[in-house]
Ligand binder design. Sequence first.
Ligand code: BES
Ligand code: MN
Ligand code: ZN
Length: 492
Amino acid sequence: MRLRAISGPPAAVEADVLAVPIYREDAEMAPDLSELDLASGGVISRAIAWGEFNPLEHAVSLVEAGDLPVGHLLLINAGARGRGAWRARRVGAVATRRLNGRAAPKLALWLRDDEDDDAWTAAAAGAVAGTYRSTDVYGRVRDTDAMKRSVEEVLCIGATSQEALDRGAEVGEGIAFGRNLSNRSANDLYPERMAEEARRLEADGCTVEILEPDQMAELGMGLLLGVGQGATHGPRLIAIKLPGWEQAADGDRLAIVGKGVCFDSGGLSIKPAENMGDMKHDKSGAAAVIAAARTVARLAPDTPLMAVAPMVENMPGGNAQRPGDVVKAMNGMTVEVTNTDAEGRLILADAMTWAERQGATHIVDVATLTGAQAIAFGEHISAYFARPREWGERVGAAAERAGEWFWEMPLALEYRASYDTPHADIVNSGGRDGSLIKSAVFLSEFVTVPWVHVDIAATAYLGAEKPYGPKGATGSAVAALVSLAMGFTESD
Ligand code: BES
Ligand code: MN
Ligand code: ZN
């Protein structure tokens, strides 16, 4: 897709479709909207008046454009004003997604608000993401070429810079790459295959290292091995280093660590059958860090960045880990596995220890870690924990710039006692109450450098289609991680 910055006024733009966000505040039509309405011959006010577009009911409506030089107007319910990049990204995604399968190759996008570079980068990423077709992963013989059409060119009215749009397009492609990895089924994308996908990043100048089970045993990664031992497909640890990682010498180095559970059956503490299939998305953290590494490698290869993805299948095989088993972590701690379904924290623990030994000075882990996060936050918001909180502020700000909604939760170390056991240093499940916060407390035992944990259980995949995305993977955290990495060496 091509994205082009153009200057207004929107009423003069020629395209197949002009997308216009309608805000809640437009109950009293704002002057900029009135102006366009007037130029169109009253199309917008009539659509609102006869109920074709009602912001209380409709996400998006396609209406005739009246006297305007465009073919159609796409009215988008943009909710309340504000929330800059997040809103811009949503509007971009809704606009192109509504036109999938339509003969409308040229879209003009007007954001109305006085947006900055970050918002336009997010809008561009959203516009590219909106053309994503999950059906392309495995194909569908009945899909016709007409069904596969999508917007080819987006004219960005009032965009602050072409560079911001180009960056957004690259981020949008990274999001699609991450989504594909997450959407692929577990019989197709098991740990070894994920490692093969990661190897392809060598073409982007990255150094890719894959640890196999015997190397993990030598390194003492008992937690990662324990989770992986019930599956026929053995575990892998993927590490992707950008050229800038080696160059950093004594400077700061950022490791992004993603939970890579190709399938989470729960293991012997098996999950209910309902929705178990969604657990192919339990590798979304790994998908996000690999996609982010690829994107940053293309945009800013000198960034001192490493992506680490511990990959396993959590299966109840004959050799599966049992509740009550005691395993030893790479950092020397013993862990009593009281619930084999609390597997994400186990594999992340060893992966973060390894990342530190590789020279990471800062760590961000991303994981579909707890059902509690999904229940508490819903599909829009990811939760994060930080130590120290100043590092969390930087991660939160990067997410906001990238159009992702992150919210900080307390790292309440007071809950450490819920992990006590007479059999080991720690158990792996502190029970249901507070499990979102407690999961972060568990992880905190395995990190010594500045660290942020992001739980993306809610945001990693959509359980049903939405105006801004299809059912399945969303590419959550890719944009935030790219934005964080790109700004990483700028300040401290
Ligand atoms: N992958 C799940 C968390 C999850 C659940 C993500 C639903 C997305 C949707 C994770 O491995 C898990 O099973 N967590 C348990 C932890 C508990 C046993 C302490 C959970 O949240 O129930
Ligand atoms: Mn689990
Ligand atoms: Zn899991």
